[in-house]
Write a protein that binds this ligand. Structure first.
Ligand SMILES: [Zn+2]
Length: 66
């Protein structure tokens, strides 16, 4: 199963935990939640995670839920 970063489309993802990935291209943490929701967090300069965006995804596409 190949997974793309919902933010930048990269496949350069590293697995952190179950349903949790890190994009090495845009430095976002991607967390897959229930019902196809995807939560993106961006790493701030101080190393803390900033909540970024919650996206709603089906099997192929993600769209911003703003
Ligand atoms: Zn990315």
């Amino acid at each position: 199963m190949t997974m793309n970063c919902p933010a930048c489309g990269s496949r350069n993802l590293g697995k952190i935990a179950k349903n949790q990935y890190f994009c090495r291209d845009c430095y976002r943490e991607i967390k897959f939640g229930p019902k196809g929701t995807v939560q993106l967090a961006v790493i701030a300069q101080n190393g803390r995670l900033l909540p970024y965006k919650i996206m709603k995804c089906d099997s192929r596409k993600c769209s911003a839920n703003s």
